[in-house]
Design a protein around this ligand. Structure first.
Ligand code: FAD
Length: 417
């Protein structure tokens, strides 16, 4: 089934009876060439690129819940390539290019909206840091514009520019950044993988990893054992638990990150805006709701819901930045489990077990990484070699300290990422 404007029109006129399910619901086979654990954004994109780029179609994605029920369907949908450090910069630049062709590639409307991401600065030092970051982005071939306060005022007149504590000095605008509809991204990759023969198996929790003499042999699941000589772990906030099944202890802590949405209001915010003096970011959804979030809940947890003190902290930051949002009613809040690494950067690597691969550590920024992460992880699983855009994401950097990519310069303090 292909989507097109004509098809939508025809179905609309004939009662929408011709649509077929996006993917099959297969029984697990006894053996696959490769198994991907985790049906989130990264697991599904990995399966898609394994099939599309490497011709590996005898593979399965095993998901303990339903496809897209994890963080990929819980995030605030921001997509950007405004990272400054060598290693991250190339990777996110590659990801944004994949985003730009994604809807055509998947034949799926992911509602990609390059509305611009504007990071605000509130001090001379911060403006200097943004100038440096902008130069690094430009050197990488991505777009960046340093705006003065009048230029920001022209774009976003409703901000509190003269706040006594946090006056706005300007901002760094990244026009190619924006948002994409998060669950549609998961569905689009799932559909694309399924069309290429990948088995997407839901309600199938991996409970053990079978290893014999240092070589992976398959997995144990709630739907029985499944054999495979290649297994990829892509389970975001559950990474430490799943890796422990292979005897690994990861440099990852799981923390809750919350997000919020208000009632729908008329179009008012046409960018993604981030407040530089507190962790707060906001955009407006196509339905009109203001979607916003802030800091992690500062304790390790596997609960996919957060606590009231962090809600208060986020609302305070929002009110400081744009007091007008105090009039909007918050409809919902929710949480997701973040896999936080000490340097805030991810891991895409082999493990000490032959055939067992690891993809994790996306912290609170892994949605924008979904295309490049899948591309790079598929490359690693299929060829055994790191993808050039993700070569820096080695697990051993935490042992040696060499090659750490600490974008926010917050060191190993998860609560400061
Ligand atoms: C509130 C919030 C806001 C965010 N905002 C942004 C943003 O604006 N921009 C951005 O780039 N990133 C953002 N993120 C981060 C981003 O969503 C995550 O980094 C990314 O989605 C994680 O990768 P994933 O999609 O593969 O994870 P998930 O969707 O969580 O996928 C992992 C899957 O593994 C499954 N699983 C776990 N254990 C097992 C098992 N034993 N067996 C089988 N399956 C298992 C889970 O059920 C889950 O479906 C945000 C996250 C949250 C929670």
């Amino acid at each position: 089934m292909r989507f097109s404007g004509l098809r939508v029109l025809r179905e609309g006129l004939t009662g929408n009876k011709g649509w077929t399910p996006h993917w099959r619901d297969p029984e697990p086979k006894a053996e696959y060439d490769a198994i991907i654990i985790g049906g989130g954004g990264h697991g599904l994109s990995t399966a898609y690129y394994l099939a599309k780029n490497h011709g590996m179609t005898n593979i399965a994605v095993l998901e303990k819940g339903y496809l897209g029920g994890g963080n990929v369907g819980r995030n605030t949908t921001i997509v950007r390539a405004n990272y400054g450090l060598e290693g991250n910069s190339q990777f996110y630049s590659h990801s944004l290019k994949l985003w730009e062709g994604l809807e055509q590639d998947l034949n799926y409307n992911a509602m990609m909206s390059q509305r611009g991401v504007l990071m605000l600065c509130h001090s001379d030092g911060q403006r200097d840091a943004f100038a440096r970051r902008g130069n690094m982005m430009a050197a990488q071939g991505d777009d960046a514009e340093l705006l003065n306060v009048d230029q920001v005022r022209h774009l976003l007149p409703y901000l509190d520019f003269d706040n006594t504590r946090f006056p706005i000095y300007g901002g760094l605008l990244h026009r190619r950044g924006g948002t994409a509809r998060h669950d549609a991204v998961a569905w689009g990759y799932a559909r694309g993988a399924d069309q290429r023969g990948v088995d997407l198996i839901q309600q199938c929790e991996v409970t053990g990893i079978d290893i014999e003499q240092g070589v992976v042999m398959g997995v144990q699941t709630t739907r029985g054992p499944i054999r495979a000589r290649k297994v990829g772990m892509v389970v975001a906030g559950r990474s430490s638990q799943v890796a422990a099944m292979a005897g690994m202890r990861l440099p990852v802590e799981s923390h809750v990150l919350q997000a919020f949405v208000t009632e729908g209001i008329k179009p008012v915010i046409d960018h993604v805006i981030s407040f530089g003096m507190g962790h707060f970011y906001i955009s407006q959804s196509d339905k009109g709701g203001l979607v916003f979030g802030g800091d992690l809940d500062f304790y390790a947890s596997y609960a996919a819901r957060g606590n009231i003190p962090m809600m208060e902290h986020v609302m305070e930051a929002g009110m400081t930045l744009m007091p007008m949002i105090g009039k909007a009613k918050v409809l919902r809040s929710w949480g997701g489990i973040m896999d936080m690494t000490p340097d805030g950067s991810p891991i895409i690597d082999k493990t000490q077990t032959e055939g067992l691969f690891l993809n994790c550590g996306w912290c609170y920024g892994g949605f924008k990484a979904v295309p490049a992460s899948g591309d790079a992880f598929a490359h690693l699983i299929a060829t055994g070699e790191p993808h050039e855009a993700a070569a820096a994401y080695r697990l051993d950097r935490f042992r040696s300290g060499y090659g750490l990519m600490d974008e926010e310069a917050t060191g190993s303090q998860h609560n400061l990422h």
